[in-house]
Design a protein around this ligand. Structure first.
Ligand code: IPE
Ligand code: IPE
Ligand code: MG
Length: 247
């Protein structure tokens, strides 16, 4: 039976986050340059977005470029930025047609001007779409995000807009880049690596983690559905005991 048919549609996660990893190694296995892997990763983004939309996932967050990725060879960074612009230009009509709202989180100031401009235009154009929110994490790292939040909280305390005793977890949520997105119930990482690589550290406190050895360019709809089925077979206890959560 297909994984899609095994999904309980009444228990689909609201938010799925994905660390799209393994493009370089995928290219290597095909005897190609790393960028060939990135190019082929685009179809997996399309498949994952469409798969998520089909089963009613409302938020999909994709880790596309980390703060640390700026330290890669200059040509690879340039090729990735170029690919980002070209992909947005190519996909914008489809995003609009499929009612996808595009967002971005991360230190977008660091993106090249043309990239930021194309991205902002697409965000503006799709802002009223309601079917699914696609958030691209670009020039993003969780420690950068948390540092920014702490600075902003400090400023507001200094300017008497916020009292120290009023700071709670909801306050912190509201200062993060993801303030308008619920925490992910499920985090997927492809390529066999079992680490978080500075992604959404605060938000994944209680996410289910799913690791697959499939390289990102090979990740297709059924791989996504397989992850959803695995998620649905987990028992989420949030610190309680089984009897408390299973009724
Ligand atoms: C993920 O694939 C894409 C980005 C991080 C931009 P990689 O480029 O990390 O591929 P591997 O992990 O080296 O195979
Ligand atoms: C994480 O992948 C970042 C993205 C997928 C954008 P990396 O390939 O950069 O992570 P590490 O270096 O293996 O931890
Ligand atoms: Mg990698």
């Amino acid at each position: 039976m297909k994984f899609k048919d095994q999904i309980d549609v009444s228990r689909v996660p609201n938010h799925v986050a994905v660390i799209m990893d393994g493009n370089g190694r995928w290219a290597q296995t095909h005897g190609e340059m790393r960028i060939f892997g990135h190019l082929n990763g685009v179809s997996s983004v399309r498949e994952t977005l469409s798969a998520a939309g089909e089963i009613g996932v409302k938020y999909l967050t994709l880790y596309a470029f980390s703060t640390e990725n700026w330290d890669r060879p200059r040509e690879e960074v340039a090729a990735l930025m170029d690919l980002l612009v070209k992909t947005i230009v190519k996909e914008i009509d489809d995003l609009q047609e499929n009612k996808v709202r595009l967002q971005a989180i991360g230190d977008l100031q660091l993106l090249p001007e043309n990239c930021r401009k194309t991205l902002n235009q697409a965000i503006e154009k799709t802002k009223n779409n309601k079917r699914i929110t696609l958030t691209l994490a670009l020039s993003y790292s969780a420690r950068w995000e948390i540092t920014q939040a702490i600075r902003a909280i400090g400023e507001d305390v200094k300017n008497n807009k916020l009292q120290v005793e009023d700071i709670n977890q909801v306050t912190i949520d509201s200062y993060l880049e993801t303030h308008n997105i619920p925490d992910p119930e499920l985090l997927i990482r492809t390529s066999g690596e079992k680490r978080i690589s500075n992604f959404l550290l605060w938000q994944i406190a209680y996410s289910e983690l799913y690791f697959t050895s499939v390289f990102w360019p090979d990740f297709k709809k059924e791989d996504f559905y397989e992850a959803i089925v695995a998620y649905q077979n987990r028992e989420r206890r949030f610190g309680k005991i089984s009897e408390q959560v299973s009724c």
